[in-house]
Design a protein around this ligand. Structure first.
Ligand code: 3EB
Length: 326
């Protein structure tokens, strides 16, 4: 049997951005740019999004997903897609026309339809970015509107709200459309939960009328061993802990990441890619120092200034760990 094409991720900052051009264009799956302003240069010829979210310690940060073999690129409904034999990468930008709940539900129904139609029915990981995440819309916090729309789409499409749901994160931007990008696959991953936390799909109603549909992490063995780590924050059980104390929230978040990645080699020597979202840029120095101590000098870490989906959460960390034999 032919070896499956490997998946690659690069994190590039400021002066390194030219390196995007060094990736063979036919192997690019997707490029996601973060920064307060959009780069003047043309968007690459692959699924691309600009997320209007300030990078910290850099002006721009770009996440580059590529395959070790040429990919096929196409558009399906509103989704820009690129795929290898086993992995589909998709990007959507949706201007909010109606309410956020309906906008999110439509977007997710579109994603699920696309993934199924294209032969990659297993959603592994989704990234969600939209403005005003802690603001109210029709009396409900917009994160909860988003969550309800996603939940409704999963139900409408016959997907489980429970074990097996994809890994995800949802962060707030200052402005712009709803941006969603995702990875789907021909084969299912294994959903991972955190024994310290109530599964998000079992959160009680106090966090919104419909539970969030995501798993704490997704483990895959193909095309290579990887662990997609969902947005992780200072939550124990279902409650936020250490409200108002960013330093303690960071410690609790690290404990949660270790609990989810318990079978994973984290730190020096492993290929770890983390995105760290800080509600206040002033946390940057102590968070950087602490994460270097925790994960070593080789971890790839991007810092972004974002709103977190609960107003009492001050930071959140998500990422990807490539297994030792890749
Ligand atoms: C939490 O643990 C914090 O709605 O997709 C983390 C990861 C969070 C994903 C999502 C939300 C999401 O509940 C928030």
């Amino acid at each position: 049997m032919a070896t499956a094409a490997a998946l690659h991720l690069d994190f590039l900052f400021d002066g390194e951005l030219d390196a995007v051009a060094a990736v063979a264009p036919e192997q690019l799956l997707g490029v996601i740019e973060f920064g307060a302003a959009r780069t003047q240069t043309n968007a690459p010829q692959c699924p691309y999004a600009w997320v209007p979210m300030p990078a910290l310690g850099a002006t721009r940060f770009v996440e580059v997903w590529s395959s070790s073999a040429p990919v096929r690129r196409f558009r399906d409904a509103d989704i820009d897609c690129a795929c290898s034999d086993d992995t589909l990468f998709g990007v959507l930008h949706i201007e909010q026309r109606s309410d956020l709940l309906a906008t999110t539900r439509d977007a997710y129904e579109c994603i699920i339809d696309c993934a199924e139609r294209q032969g990659f029915p297993h959603l592994l990981r989704l990234w969600n970015y939209f403005p005003g995440i802690n603001e109210a819309e029709s009396g409900l916090e917009r994160y909860r509107c988003f969550s309800a729309g996603r939940h409704d789409a999963f139900v409408a499409k016959g997907r489980t709200i429970g074990p097996g749901t994809p890994a995800a994160c949802a962060l707030g931007t200052a402005s712009g459309p709803l941006v969603i990008y995702f990875l789907a696959a021909t084969r299912a991953g294994t959903a991972v939960e955190n024994p310290r936390q109530v599964s998000a799909y079992h959160y009680p109603i106090q966090y919104g009328p419909r539970s969030p549909s995501f798993s704490r992490a997704t483990r895959v063995s193909e095309p290579q061993p990887m662990l997609y780590i969902s947005g992780t924050a200072s939550i124990v059980g279902h409650a936020t802990v250490h409200a108002g104390d960013a330093q303690q929230q960071l410690e609790e978040t690290l404990t949660n990441i270790r609990a989810v990645a318990v079978d994973t080699v984290l730190g020096d020597g492993s290929r770890l890619y983390l995105k760290v979202y800080l509600r206040d840029a002033a946390y940057l120095p102590f968070v950087q120092t602490r994460l270097r101590a925790e994960f070593g000098p080789h971890a790839h870490i991007a810092y972004l200034q974002a709103d977190i989906c609960r107003s009492d959460l001050l930071l959140e960390i998500e990422g990807l760990c490539f297994g030792p034999d890749t």
